[in-house]
Write a protein that binds this ligand. Structure first.
Ligand code: BES
Ligand code: ZN
Ligand code: ZN
Length: 498
């Protein structure tokens, strides 16, 4: 979708549909609605009076060929209570509006930034939400309808430079999130670890990031026995994807931040095989890796003053005659030995070696994102992800970065007692505990590999995939973590193009 912005009168808009958000305290008696009502010959007032439309969230109505409006259709869209206005609520309003319109033949739309939306954040949120709203998962369907191809932000009051800046930033955020989503939607027969690395490379080449990918030989040389244990069962070789962003002229001692994402392109559970029901969804077990690839695209486009390393340990997790078996002991890159009591707890195995690699590359701050535990979905559902870490500041910065863009996370406690649960009789650590505190023990497992680095972990197993569609977004992949991680870096090291 092409995105642009213009300081113009609403009557001048020539897009197929002009969208005007209406809050629940607005009426056709005054303001913009009164003006539009007059152009409609009283039809707007009539729709309020009949109870057909008001400003409650997600209600909408369309008017055709209003006098003096160049846009052939006007959509009034219910924006709800203005007190609830936030980046997230506005994204959802814009997403829902474009989804309604895509179903009704619109190809180009304009969104009016009305009085309450006269700021850059609002413009950005509208663009982000609209971009997320237009994506449908029908990648391999012959019959999918053409979607909306152009969005115009329009305001009579906001300065054109600000408006364009907001549109650009929203497009950067939305497009990166949609990149992550599109990777999650890909089936695992297409998106193998090798293909994921190729997609990351294509992005890196296009955006001007450095790309490398370690193969299994290099992993062996570096002693990445935990990552290799996971890929043993598969015919597809593992890859450790490395994306590197360096701002121009950065002094070499600029802090290095690593973003690490779980890249399991299919998780069958391995020998500890999963039940068949909903196993097909385990193609999105690379959602953390996809979010890292998306976040790195944002780095490339917004150019913060930070050095950022994006790492994605990518592998399949399958059973076979060569596969790692429950009870096997493997040696990680850190030297720590791991008892693999359950081969379905594979995410932490690929991540621990990637975290060690991040430290070897000089990372002082590490954030990982992973669809790590079913337990996190039990605790927090699809509303919030979990965050845990060894540094309060990093944890609270991640919480605010998430609030800022609507990818919200909630902290889990990290008392030392939880570590007891994953003690092993035979090795330094076990990869699973008992059934209790599953997300926290997974976090503690990773924490042991972070050493002195400031580290935090995002468990996005519940938030990376929606079981059913919402008014503002299709079901399936959400790209959760992309904007959260990008904002985390951008807030620490503001970008040159603010
Ligand atoms: N990829 C799964 C976690 C998951 C579950 C992601 C549901 C998305 C939706 C992970 O590798 C896994 O299987 N975790 C196990 C851990 C257990 C064996 C300790 C789980 O959550 O059951
Ligand atoms: Zn698993
Ligand atoms: Zn998994």
């Amino acid at each position: 979708m092409n995105v642009s912005a213009s300081r113009a009168n609403l009557t001048e808009v020539t897009e197929d549909v002009l969208i005007v958000p209406v809050f629940d305290d607005e009426s056709p008696a005054y303001g913009l609605l009164a003006e539009l009502n007059e152009r409609s010959g009283g039809l707007i007032a009539a729709s309020f009076e009949s109870g057909e439309f008001d400003g409650k969230r997600d209600r909408w109505t369309l008017f055709h060929n209003l006098r003096g409006l160049r846009a052939p259709r006007l959509m009034l869209f219910g924006a709800g209570d203005a007190a609830d206005l936030s980046s997230q609520s506005l994204q959802r309003i814009a997403g829902a509006a474009v989804r309604v319109l895509a179903e009704r033949g619109a190809r180009t739309v304009a969104f009016a930034l009305t009085d309450r939306l006269l700021n850059k954040q609002s413009g950005q949120a509208v663009v982000e939400g609209a971009l997320l709203g237009v994506v449908t998962p029908g990648l391999y369907r012959a019959s999918d309808k053409p979607g909306i191809k152009r969005l115009l932000l329009v305001s009579t009051k906001l300065d054109e430079g600000e408006l364009t800046g907001a549109a650009e930033r929203g497009a950067v955020m939305g497009e990166a999130t949609n990149l992550a989503r599109s990777l999650c939607f890909e089936p695992s027969n297409v998106l193998t670890p090798t293909e994921l690395a190729l997609r990351a490379e294509t992005m890196a080449t296009r955006e001007g990031l450095k790309f490398e990918a370690l193969g299994e030989t290099e992993m062996k040389e570096r002693g990445m026995g935990a990552l290799l244990a996971v890929s043993r069962g598969s015919q597809e070789p593992a890859r450790l994807i490395v994306l590197n962003y360096e701002p121009e002229g950065a002094p070499p001692d600029t802090d290095l931040i690593a973003l690490v994402g779980k890249g399991i392109t299919f998780d069958s559970g391995g020998i500890s095989i999963k039940p068949a029901e909903r196993m097909e969804e385990m193609k999105y077990d690379m959602g953390g890796g996809a979010a890292v690839i998306g976040a790195m695209q944002i780095m490339a486009r917004l150019r913060p003053n930070a050095r950022v390393l994006g790492l994605v340990p990518a592998s399949e997790n399958l059973p076979s005659g060569r596969a790692v078996k429950p009870g096997d002991v493997v040696r990680s890159m850190s030297g720590r030995t791991i008892e693999v009591a359950n081969t379905d707890a594979e995410g932490r195995l690929v991540l621990c070696d990637a975290i060690s690699y991040a430290i070897e590359r000089g990372a002082k701050t590490i954030v990982d994102a992973a669809t790590l535990t079913g337990a996190v979905a039990v605790a927090l559902g699809e509303v919030r992800g979990a965050v845990m870490g060894n540094d309060q500041q990093v944890v609270s910065d991640l919480i605010s970065a998430g609030d800022q863009c609507g990818e919200r996370v909630w902290p889990m406690p990290m008392d030392k007692e939880y570590l007891e649960i994953i003690k092993s009789d035979i090795a330094d650590v076990r990869n699973v505990g008992n059934r209790s505190a599953g997300s926290i023990t997974a976090g503690w497992f990773l924490r042991q590999f972070a050493g002195d680095a400031r580290w935090a972990h995002l468990d996005i197993a519940g938030t990376a995939w929606l079981e059913s569609e919402k008014p503002y977004i299709a079901k399936g992949a959400t790209g959760f973590g992309t904007r959260l991680m990008a904002n985390f870096v951008l807030n620490r090291a503001p970008n040159a193009k603010a």
